[in-house]
Design a protein around this ligand. Structure first.
Ligand code: CO
Length: 141
């Protein structure tokens, strides 16, 4: 059996119109502690990470309509946006996926939340599931 490419789900991304309303649900009703809140200009979002066991829920509010999450919300409304897997070496993982015939949205990693390096795989290669891979900044878990 081959070695797994992904070892852990880093987070589930959820697109929202209203972060405070979403926090009432995830923090208030579900009791998930807020771990981090950040505006990630490169991705056009304000994001909140909530702890759930060893992984996270990532709430995403677009900074403008003409952003990836803004267009998603306009088309589909709020809801599940992507699944993110954690990897140790994002460059090596991207190369392995590309060689395996997966279409990449990001040929090169870009900056994600908490100074992580992230890249998205195209949903046409992943059964319609927008898939992100994340290499955390060293020292952040
Ligand atoms: Co994400």
């Amino acid at each position: 059996m081959r070695a797994p490419v992904f070892g852990l789900i880093d987070h589930i991304g959820v697109a929202v119109f209203d972060l405070d309303a979403a926090l009432e649900l995830y923090e208030g009703s579900f009791g998930m502690p807020v771990a981090h809140r950040e505006t990630v200009t490169e991705q056009g979002v304000e994001a909140v990470l909530l702890d759930v066991g060893a992984t996270h829920v990532e709430l995403l509010r677009p900074l403008a309509g003409e952003t990836a999450v803004g267009r998603f919300l306009a088309k589909r409304g709020p809801g599940l946006h992507h699944v993110a897997y954690r990897v140790d070496d994002i460059a090596a993982t991207l190369a392995e996926l590309r060689e395996g015939g997966i279409d990449l949205i990001d040929a090169e990693p870009r900056t994600g939340i908490r100074r992580s390096r992230v890249a998205f795989l195209h949903p046409r290669s992943t059964g319609g599931v927008l898939t992100e891979i994340v290499e955390p900044d060293r020292g952040v878990h």
